[in-house]
Design a protein. Structure first.
Length: 289
């Protein structure tokens, strides 16, 4: 059942009338990360700044720490406020519909899965690359929101699913034009994560939901085998025999009795008299038993 008006979907509280959701805290951390990165650039602390990049292949502890920091490392540009407001709106929409736990898992998957894909592609094909900024997280979030509200109207009645596809297409062209294969694969993986995880979360809202573990076990369940058995292979005691049908005879006798009640016994034909007599004898035989 939907979790509307549950604790999972309600804000933690209010500050000056502004509801404080988990999304509010997350977006505030993103903004703080942008401010810190701006000061690091001003002070020429480029080495500290680069340590927060997730670079592949680079198997060291700094890279492991960058796995959780790279979405918060970015530079201010003209569209930064627009991206922040969009991230807040999409995340709040998911949190108020599916709850905080779903949002936490979604953000974790949108951060970790693209990183794993980047490492896999780098070690498999030898492509060097770097993940930095929140563009991958934003693309995954817009696909997740479009999966949850595909027909929500946006700017003059445009279904949001088309807006999401346009955003992903634009982001893909941005990294493709610079031949950045690692961010391209990571971006697509984030979109897939956003789509399939929201579909999975929505499926859990219904009472007839079957867990994935149960579906997986059904794939390997032993199915009964059927074979055709000849009649002579079945023992006589187990063979099916049709039960004697007496309904038709009983209906005929009832019709004859109705005719007698209406027109008298003299109105019966010879055949009807025989049937009535036979039915009388059968009844006496049963009573005698």
């Amino acid at each position: 059942m939907p979790r509307y008006l549950s604790r999972e979907t309600e804000p933690f509280g209010k500050w000056n009338g502004i509801p404080i959701y988990l999304t509010t805290i997350f977006v505030a951390v993103m903004v703080l990360g942008l401010v810190v990165c701006a000061f690091l650039q001003v002070t020429d602390a480029t080495e500290v700044f680069r340590r927060m990049y997730f670079i592949v292949p680079r198997p060291d502890w700094d890279n492991a720490l960058a796995l959780f920091l790279y979405p918060f490392v970015d530079q201010f540009h003209f569209f930064t406020p627009f991206a922040i407001f969009c991230m807040y709106g999409w995340s709040v929409g998911i949190e108020t519909h599916l709850g905080r736990r779903v949002l936490i898992k979604l953000i974790a998957l949108l951060v970790l899965v693209p990183s794993a894909v980047a490492a896999l592609v780098a070690h498999t094909f030898g492509f060097p690359g770097v993940l930095v900024g929140n563009i991958i997280l934003t693309c995954g979030m817009v696909i997740a929101f479009a999966t949850l509200y595909p027909n929500a109207e946006w700017f003059g009645g445009i279904p949001f699913k088309f807006v999401a596809v346009l955003c992903v297409f634009t982001g893909s062209l941005m990294v493709l034009a610079e031949k950045k294969w690692i961010p391209l694969f990571s971006l697509w993986s984030a979109c897939l994560v956003g789509f399939f995880y929201i579909r999975y979360a929505l499926a859990q809202e219904y009472d007839d939901y079957v867990p994935l573990s149960a579906r997986f076990r059904q794939l390997f369940r032993r199915k009964p085998k059927f074979r055709i058995v000849r009649k002579d292979e079945i023992p006589p005691a187990e063979r099916w025999a049709p039960e004697p049908v007496e309904n038709a005879v009983s209906d005929e006798v009832d019709a004859i009795l109705d005719k007698v009640a209406r027109s008298g016994l003299a109105s019966l034909t010879a055949k009807e008299r025989k049937q009535l007599e036979k039915a009388r004898q059968d009844l006496q035989r049963r009573d005698g038993k």
